[in-house]
Design a protein around this ligand. Structure first.
Ligand code: GDP
Ligand code: ZN
Length: 313
C-alpha cells in the first residue's frame, strides 16, 4: 500500500501541471525563484549553468521551466575579461556617478546600454557633497538634453522624487557604476523591502551551500522594478560594431545632419570630420574624445580577433 501512496503523490503533481507564466526574480545557481502572474512565488530547480537570469520570462509546467525569448540582455565583464549575462528584459539602465567617479565610465556605459537596446539614464549621486553641485551642473550640461538626468543624494533623500516618478512609469532597470558611488544606498532608498527579502531566502535550506544570489529583481512600491547587480565592474562591449560606437556616443547623435565628408567616417584622422570640428570648438572635450577613441580601438580589436579566428577555420 505504501507504493500506492507514492503513486497518489505523483498523480496529484501531474494533475496540477498546468503551464503557468512567470518571471525569474532571483537566481541561486541550482534554483530560481519565480514570481507567477497570479502573484505567487515559488522556487523551481534548474540545471546549474541553465543560462536563465533574473528578468527572464518563463513558463513553468510542474517542475519544468521553459524560458521565453528575451527582448534585451545586460552583460557584464569580470576581472579576467569573461562575459556574463546579468539580467534579461530590462528597458532602462541607470548609470550612477558621484564626485570622484572614473572618467569615461559614463560614456562607455551609455554606449553599451544603447547598443544593448536599453535606454540609459544618468544618476548623479552625493549631491550633498561640497563639489557635488558644480560637477552635477557640468554633467547636466553635457547629458541633460539627450538623456534623463537625476541629481540626488541617496543618503539624505534629496532629489529622489523625480527618479521615483520616472521608475513608477513602469520601467524595469538596474544601476551600474563603480564601487562606492552609492548603488546599494540608492536601491535601499527606493526598495525598502530589500532587507526583508534576504531573510526569507535563507529559509530554503534545500538549496544547500549554493545560496549566493547572482542578482535579484525588486519591486518598487508604487511601480517599476530594479535588479541589483552585485559585482558589476565593467561592461562587456560584445555584439557592438565599430560603427555602433559613433552612433551611440553621447553628443555625436547630431552628426548625421551636419555630417562628416565620408559617410563611413570613424572620426579619427579623416579630413572633413565633424567630430574633429566639435572637439576643436570645445563642444566635445578632448577627454571625452579620448574615451571615444579608446572604445573604438577596443571594439576594432575584438572585430580583428574575430576575423582572424574566421580565417584560421
Ligand atoms: P556602492 O558600492 O555603489 O553600492 O555604494 P554604497 O551604497 O555602498 O555607498 C558607498 C559609500 O557612499 C557609503 O559609505 C555610503 O554611505 C556613501 N553614500 C551613498 N550615498 C551617498 C550620498 O548621497 N551622499 C554621501 N555623502 N554619501 C553617500
Ligand atoms: Zn568624422
Amino acid at each position: 500500500m505504501s507504493r500506492a501512496g507514492n503513486g497518489k503523490a505523483k498523480g496529484a503533481k501531474a494533475g496540477s501541471a498546468l503551464a503557468e507564466g512567470g518571471l525569474i526574480v532571483s537566481h541561486y545557481g541550482v534554483a530560481v525563484e519565480v514570481l507567477f502572474l497570479g502573484g505567487e512565488r515559488r522556487m523551481v530547480r534548474v540545471k546549474r549553468n541553465s543560462g536563465h537570469v533574473v528578468g527572464d520570462s518563463v513558463r513553468v509546467t510542474g517542475e519544468v521551466l521553459e524560458r521565453l525569448p528575451r527582448k534585451t540582455e545586460l552583460r557584464r565583464r569580470d576581472a579576467r575579461g569573461g562575459i556574463h549575462l546579468v539580467a534579461a528584459n530590462l528597458d532602462v539602465l541607470g548609470i550612477v556617478v558621484a564626485p570622484g567617479s572614473p572618467p569615461g565610465f559614463l560614456d562607455r556605459a551609455i554606449v553599451a546600454a544603447r547598443a544593448a537596446g536599453l535606454t540609459p539614464f544618468v544618476v548623479f549621486n552625493k549631491c550633498d557633497l561640497p563639489e557635488g553641485q558644480t560637477l552635477s551642473a557640468e554633467l547636466a550640461g553635457i547629458y541633460g538634453a539627450a538623456l534623463h538626468y537625476f541629481a540626488l543624494s541617496a543618503a539624505s533623500g534629496a532629489g529622489l522624487e523625480p527618479l521615483r516618478a520616472f521608475l513608477h512609469e513602469g520601467h524595469r532597470g538596474a544601476f551600474v557604476g563603480s564601487t562606492g558611488v552609492g548603488k546599494s544606498s540608492l536601491l535601499n532608498a527606493l526598495c525598502p523591502e530589500i532587507d526583508l527579502k534576504v531573510r526569507e531566502v535563507s529559509d530554503h535550506n534545500w538549496l544547500g551551500r549554493h545560496t549566493t544570489t547572482v542578482s535579484t529583481l525588486h519591486a518598487i512600491p508604487g511601480g517599476g522594478e530594479l535588479v541589483d547587480t552585485p559585482g558589476f565592474r565593467d561592461f562587456g562591449l560584445v555584439d557592438i560594431s565599430s560603427a555602433d560606437i559613433a552612433e551611440h556616443f553621447p553628443g555625436f547623435e547630431s552628426l548625421e545632419a551636419n555630417g562628416c565628408r565620408f559617410h563611413n567616417c570613424r572620426h579619427r584622422q579623416e579630413p572633413g570630420c565633424a567630430v574633429a570640428d566639435l572637439v576643436g570648438k570645445g563642444e566635445i572635450t578632448s577627454e571625452r574624445y579620448q574615451t571615444y577613441l579608446c572604445l573604438l580601438t577596443e571594439v576594432e580589436g575584438t572585430e580583428e580577433a574575430a576575423q582572424k579566428r574566421l580565417w584560421k577555420k
